[in-house]
Design a protein around this ligand. Sequence first.
Ligand code: GYE
Length: 328
Amino acid sequence: MKKFITLALLVVILFSGCSPVKEGQSRRTSEPVKPQVADTRLIVGFSQMNHINPWRVAETNDMRQVADERGINLLVADADSSIAKQTQDIRDFIAQGAQYIVCTPFTYDGYQEIVDICKEAGVPLIMLDREIAGTGGVDFLTFIGSDFYEEGVRAANWLADIMGNNAKIVELHGNEGSSCGIDRANGFHDGIRSIDGMEIVAFGYADFERIKGQDVMEDIILSFGKEFNAVYAHNDEMAIGAIQALKAANIRPNTDVTIISIDGSKDALKSIIAGELGATIECTPRLAKTVFDTISDHLLGKEIPPKIIIEDRLFDSSNAIELFDEGF
Ligand code: GYE
């Protein structure tokens, strides 16, 4: 009870814009009352799945920067790759008054509870950079990100071209069950399906991390020797780790083994310029402008498409120097 009275008193003091008057003191009525400016900024909760690679760091930085520029109060939480933590983070955002939730989902499945929490609270949910089971406009407001299936098809076409339709390929996946991983695999597999000489001889999961890409590639080299001549990595970090493992085993990147990956990081562009990585399909982490434009449109009552797909480019030796600054 005492706690309640103290809290209630504090609220009265805060909102009256006055300082408390002690007994025996009188208030000088001429003293100007300091106006209290209420924080009327839009509150957006951003639940980031993790910060395990430069792509995620760049995405969060971009969200913070654009939110700042637009005067939006952005609440950020790192879920440490745990959907349970992400669920709690989103509950916390809602308790703190978030008017929109932006969530990057670790896996395609497992997000029904988050969908339900946001629906129940009447807070629109935007799925960012990976998809979940469900439909934009029904289960959540929209999905914003790249076309991962298309990325896989483009990687397959690039590799088939460079390798003259003949390659023994090692495929490096990120974390199992991610929508980008599923679609990057499907797009690539469909892309090489009709080409007899293109086959996948080994694959592994390396969680979109450089060090794990290196470890998995070391294991593959140990069990397969040099029985492959191409690597398709689902992101740049794993490709760069794989290149380190190849070099350590005296396998020359770009000469003995051709490597293609996805993302378009500055490190990947450096590797292309150094003649190691063959190409990277862009998948930009700079999505914040689209996110906040979408929120503005929604606030204005405009119709929001169920999916908002970002256009991506391809970086290879023909444009890596010129477009270096476009990397993240
Ligand atoms: O390619 C990878 C990150 O979801 C599109 O996730 C994103 C992917 C990106 O960890 O580097």
